[in-house]
Design a protein around this ligand. Structure first.
Ligand SMILES: [Ca+2]
Ligand SMILES: [Ca+2]
Ligand SMILES: [Ca+2]
Length: 276
């Protein structure tokens, strides 16, 4: 019995270290898009915002201030430099590639595997204090693919929508430029939070260190992984979506999983001992 237990524990530890190895190898790849496969600006794409390479790499943490200087990107203050976001527009599309497969990983928070960052923002119903009265969103459709040619549409969410980007976790106000702790762009916001009417500080707490983004669960397509993302708008849309970046969600860190596993095992052993 004891031997069995030890063997079980050793095999679990072996699995965990193998998984750590796999994740460590995965971590060497970029978690953001590395390739523009195709881009076609739509008929009403925003003038000057037509450089698709602006959607590569990580989302923007800082953007131009008004009328000058710089401000942090917050959920009330979106990125708007021409070298930060690319506009899609009616009939337009943008196809991005990752350098690795993005998995429907069971360890991903809320089942969310992929994040799409745009320049949506909460409208401020108590300017300049930051109270989310609504959201300025310009929806674009999201499709995903394993090979860049067969596409599966995502029906549950649209890009350039919830949740607006937050570049730092400690920017003091919604229009501040004093952030020093970068937010986590690989961590989704809990899709069930009620953001309506919440203050900036309440929203920061609800974001819980996340940098925002539209959360996509690729399991709705039936695919186990994807490597290409298409952001597109149908003909006739009167608005134009902007895309800042896409990200591969990081699974829940090993220490937490290990801790849960460990406490579960200790609990089982404890129960055994009590019986003896
Ligand atoms: Ca998933
Ligand atoms: Ca937009
Ligand atoms: Ca960008």
């Amino acid at each position: 019995m004891v031997h069995k237990k030890i063997i079980t524990i050793i095999s679990i530890l072996g699995f965990v270290s193998f998984t750590t190895f796999v994740w460590a190898v995965g971590a060497m790849a970029s978690p953001y898009a590395t390739q523009v496969i195709a881009y076609q600006a739509g008929s009403n794409a925003a003038s000057g915002y037509t450089d698709p390479s602006t959607a590569l790499g990580e989302p923007s943490r800082v953007t131009a201030g008004w009328p000058s200087g710089e401000t942090d990107v917050t959920m009330f203050n979106a990125a708007w430099n021409t070298d930060q976001v690319v506009s899609i527009g009616a009939g337009g599309y943008l196809i991005l590639g990752f350098d690795h497969p993005v998995y429907d990983d069971p360890y991903n928070p809320y089942g969310i595997d992929l994040l799409v960052f745009g320049n949506a923002f909460f409208t401020d119903s108590n300017y300049p204090n930051g109270v989310a009265g609504g959201i300025w969103a310009e929806p674009a459709k999201i499709s995903v693919s394993q090979d860049g040619s067969t596409w599966y549409d995502i029906s549950s969410v649209t890009a350039d929508n919830l949740f607006p980007t937050q570049g730092y976790t400690n920017t003091s106000g919604p229009y501040g430029n004093d952030g020093t702790n970068p937010s986590n762009f690989l961590k989704p916001v809990d899709p069930n939070i009620d953001w309506q009417g919440k203050s900036y500080s309440e929203l920061l707490a609800l974001y819980d260190g996340s940098g925002g983004g539209t959360g996509v669960d690729i399991s709705e397509t039936g695919l186990e992984w994807i490597q290409y993302v298409k952001l597109w708008q149908p003909e006739g849309d009167s608005w134009s979506a902007e895309i800042d970046a896409v990200a591969d969600v990081a699974p829940v860190p090993i220490p937490a999983a290990l801790w849960l596993l460990g406490s579960g095992l200790l609990g089982l052993i404890g129960i055994r001992r009590k019986r003896l």
